[in-house]
Ligand binder design. Structure first.
Ligand code: LAC
Length: 358
């Protein structure tokens, strides 16, 4: 139960979202793969690090604004890709786009969005947007998705590389979860399929043959910077940098793909070390609090992406709910930053965290 007075943090929003969503969509958004070990560990990993605050630092004028791939953002928190947002709220991605623009940060639109890239762009023309790409077996579809995103003003292509096949999602299997006919998925239709489908069926359109040569080719497909999302090891981080990526997202897909892999936060330091500042490093998975954001910055992330937190806001209250979740995360992050003795995201260093004693 959420206390009277309404939600005051992301977990309150999750509880409310569970009450207002049907079990199928809730299970889809909330769930992870197999035993959901990594799903839980993403959150818990933040408790394995402690902040090391510095005191008597002049905090006058402290602020969260920064840049990501040259894009100015009002805080080091971006909206990660989340599919099928009209299953959370009828306004879906339009509401998210408007809330992200109001918050002054980047929204990353999923290939499996329930509205077209152009329609989402038109909903918030001043917003900053990236496009998450799944590479279809039909490369004509892939190319047209990239072209549509570029034409609609999206500023980066975020290729997801940890999902050549869909992870084993037992909540979806139990719920017989499908995306219904009345909520079309434009990319799925472009791939030649239009009827009600399981996510598993949608992934049959995705190319499991993708390799690093394709990444290099994708980088040259448009003038947009390429972000490689789904990196968990130093070797792959170096390959991403070698093959044209401008940034990587350290991510295990929110625990939704291979279970039993390291928490995103735990994989972050090795990736940061491996890329030696050649590319920007972002991280997603398990961020629920402003203190989490500061820990990620301290371990070398330029910014974090959140997805479930804003989906809960969307489910509860549409655009206003997404706005509120982003404001809560902003307020919490600024407070954590100053209490750690920092005045800017760049001022948070490796010396501001340590491993928690076991
Ligand atoms: C998922 C895909 C669509 O995690 O990214 O469900």
């Amino acid at each position: 139960m959420v206390p009277a007075g309404g939600p005051v943090n992301v977990s309150d929003y999750e509880r409310l979202a569970e009450e207002c969503l049907e079990p199928g969509p809730y299970g889809y958004f909330a769930g992870g793969a197999w035993d959901e070990v990594t799903l839980r560990d993403n959150v818990r990993a933040f408790e394995r690090w402690q902040l090391r605050p510095r005191v008597l630092v002049d905090l006058t004028g402290a602020a969260l604004d920064t840049t990501v791939l040259g894009t100015p953002v009002s805080m080091p928190i971006l909206l990660g890709p989340a599919a099928f947002q009209r299953l959370a709220h009828p306004d879906g991605e339009l509401a998210t786009a408007r809330a992200a623009a109001a918050a002054g940060t980047v929204m990353c639109l999923s290939t499996f969005a329930t509205l077209s890239a152009a329609d989402v762009a038109a909903a918030a023309p001043d917003g900053r947007r990236w496009f998450q790409l799944y590479v279809f077996k039909d490369r004509g579809v892939t190319r047209s998705l990239v072209d549509q995103a570029a034409d609609a003003g999206y500023e980066a292509i975020v290729v997801t590389v940890d999902a050549p096949f869909l992870g084993r999602r037992e909540r979806d299997i139990r719920n017989a979860f499908t995306v219904p006919d009345d909520i079309p998925v434009p990319s799925w239709e472009a791939g030649g399929r239009g009827e009600e489908a399981t996510v598993f069926e949608m992934f049959e359109l995705i190319d499991e043959g993708l390799d690093w040569r394709d990444v290099e080719e994708l980088a040259s497909l448009s003038d947009l910077p390429l972000v490689v999302k789904g990196i968990l090891t130093d070797d792959d981080a170096r390959l991403a940098a070698d093959n044209g990526a401008a940034a990587v997202v350290v991510s295990n897909h929110g625990g939704r793909q291979l279970d039993g892999v390291p928490a995103a936060l735990d994989a972050l330091p090795e990736v940061v070390e491996a890329v030696e500042s050649r590319v920007e490093v972002l991280v997603d998975g398990g961020v629920r609090r402003g203190t989490d954001v500061v820990k990620a910055l301290a371990l070398g992330a330029r910014a974090v992406l959140v997805a479930r937190p804003f989906v809960w806001g969307l489910a509860v209250d549409g655009e206003a709910g997404v706005r509120r979740v982003l404001e809560l995360l902003r307020e919490e992050t600024l407070l954590a930053l100053v209490l750690a003795g920092c005045t800017t995201p760049a001022g948070v260093t490796r010396a501001h965290v340590q491993r928690a004693p076991r």
